[in-house]
Ligand binder design. Sequence first.
Ligand SMILES: [Zn+2]
Length: 185
Amino acid sequence: MHKKISRQKFIADSFVTGAGVLLLPRFIAEEKEIAMTVNGAIHAQQMGFTLTHEHVMADFIGAEKFSKDRYNADEVFNTALPFVKDAKAKGVDTFIDCTPAYMGRDASILKRLSDAVGINMLTTTGYYGAVNEKFVPKHAYLETAQQLADRWIAEWNHGIEEHRSNRVLSKQAPTKDRLHPCNGN
Ligand SMILES: [Zn+2]
């Protein structure tokens, strides 16, 4: 386990030792590291004890047929709530939901869970390329790499759906080390 060190002591030590002169800028840079949650940015240090790969919901129907009409948001929320509450009670501070877009990613439900339980919730951007790209939407094949990047960067900058719901993860999931050309444009 890392021994915690106070900022003041770290800076003092850094200046005392020759190496510290080099370390100090890195320390300041690390302090600016953020994680984007469904409720906006937090300091990376605020993530605390984190579940790194969870799924509140996943729909395996495929990008072509995926629709929010296929589930009831209240039912998903009510089903997940006791499990998320239990995780929080057991000391979890942050829950990373890895469900990609077109596979059941629903930032609104994650935000409701985050607000109800008082837990950090993170979601993803990007598309899921495994299973013969069953979950990759058509526009991924029609747009340029820049257009796709702009979509995902906009999710970071402006949020997903109507919420300030964002991501920390970019999900690609190639099958057997193979990247489809749409991943490499
Ligand atoms: Zn997963």
